[in-house]
Write a protein that binds this ligand. Structure first.
Ligand code: BGC
Length: 365
């Protein structure tokens, strides 16, 4: 690590043509106080289409936390481009960040970035998605199996309320290369398997949606509904996938009749819930996630190792990673208001046009 910092400094000195002595370990080591390197945190977000959250919530809350702490930061979005992800990381490393926080696009390319950062003496944090086989100092996320469990339980509740008998369930999973999607599935399959095993429910089509792509999800779900027209419940892993399924259901006038789940409490997902087209979403208080990650990042940038109370196991790297895992919350028509009260979405965003009356009925003002 020490050598990495020094070589990075050497690059910096060469680039600026500086001639001041740089062999002083004190100047290079952020942990030694005194002449510590100025904290600078780099963040790479994954895209802006697989979920609205990355740009509307994560960026906003991270920025606010860094500003409050008065640290220098650079937040960029790779727009689902793995090559761009690497380039941004390299630019951030040479640009002098001492902490790099990433939401990987898959574990392989995430690991390449983490390894590069490590070699340059830059501390790393896996934000929201764990990089399997990676080397991040911390992992900050939600309890993602619990997210999936809420989705499974939410679907069961909606089907029970609708008095469905032997419903055929379709599963629209997230991206197979996102470890979170695997954990969500673990959570909801745990709930649904019991129902399949007892023959209360019938297992229908079950597919991953590459890169969480919403358009792909529509195509996949349309094929599902064509091959299995009696689908009676849809476990969709997030609001975007859920909305894609709802759009296909609408074509058959099945929206509102076939419960669909979601995740992220996006404006679109919440509006689908108010419309009765979506059964539930999972609210993850991203502010808590961003605040926790920012706190750890700022500590690392200053050379401190913060304490976390949890650990997760990286099954591929076979290592324990210090973690912060927050608690998700289930949202149905009855408590959409809670998301607004928490400041995650505003009345102005949610209660537009026809939704004004629906918001009023749901006690949102
Ligand atoms: C996140 C979800 C998000 C999905 C697609 C997952 O890793 O945890 O909140 O909906 O990626 O961006």
């Amino acid at each position: 690590m020490r050598r990495g910092i020094l070589s990075l400094l050497a690059v910096g000195v060469l680039a600026t043509g500086g001639l001041t002595a740089c062999g002083d370990d004190k100047a290079a080591d952020p942990g030694s106080g005194g002449n510590a390197k100025k904290p600078k945190i780099g963040v790479i977000l994954p895209d802006s289409k697989s979920s609205a959250r990355w740009e509307t919530a994560d960026r906003k809350y991270l920025e606010a936390a860094f500003k409050t702490a008065g640290v220098d930061y650079d937040i960029q979005n790779a727009q689902n481009d793995k090559a761009a992800f690497q380039t941004i990381a390299e630019q951030m490393i040479t640009g002098g960040v001492n902490v790099l926080m990433i939401v990987n696009l898959d574990s392989g390319t995430g690991k390449a970035v983490l390894d590069k950062a490590k070699a340059a003496g830059v501390a790393t944090i896996d934000y929201d998605r764990l990089t399997l086989g990676g080397s991040a100092a911390y992992y900050v996320s939600f309890d993602n199996v619990a997210v999936g469990k809420l989705q499974g339980e939410g679907l069961v509740k909606c089907l029970t309320d609708a008095k469905a008998t032997k419903p055929v369930i379709a599963e629209l999973n997230g991206s197979q290369t996102d470890n979170n999607a695997t954990l969500f599935k673990q959570g909801y399959d745990g709930v649904l398997k019991a129902k399949y095993d007892s023959a209360e429910y019938v297992k229908g089509p079950d597919q991953w949606v590459a890169e969480w792509d919403n358009t792909t999800a529509g195509t996949v779900f349309e094929q599902m509904l064509t091959s299995t027209p009696n689908i009676a419940g849809v476990l969709a892993a997030n609001d975007g996938l859920g909305n894609a399924a709802i759009n296909i259901l609408k074509k058959q006038k099945l929206n509102g009749k076939v419960p669909v789940t979601g995740q992220d409490a996006t404006v679109q997902g919440l509006q689908n819930i108010l419309n009765g087209d979506q059964c539930m979403t999972v609210y993850k208080a991203v502010k808590q996630e961003a605040d926790a990650a920012a706190k750890l990042a700022i500590g690392l940038a200053k050379g401190e190792k913060g304490a976390t109370s949890q650990k997760v196991t990286d099954p591929e790297g076979k290592r324990e990673v210090d973690a912060v895992l927050l608690t998700p919350k289930s949202i149905t028509k009855d408590n959409v208001k809670d998301v607004v009260d928490d400041g995650y979405v505003t009345v102005a965003e949610l209660c537009t046009g026809d939704f004004a009356a629906k918001c009023a009925t749901a006690g949102i003002k």
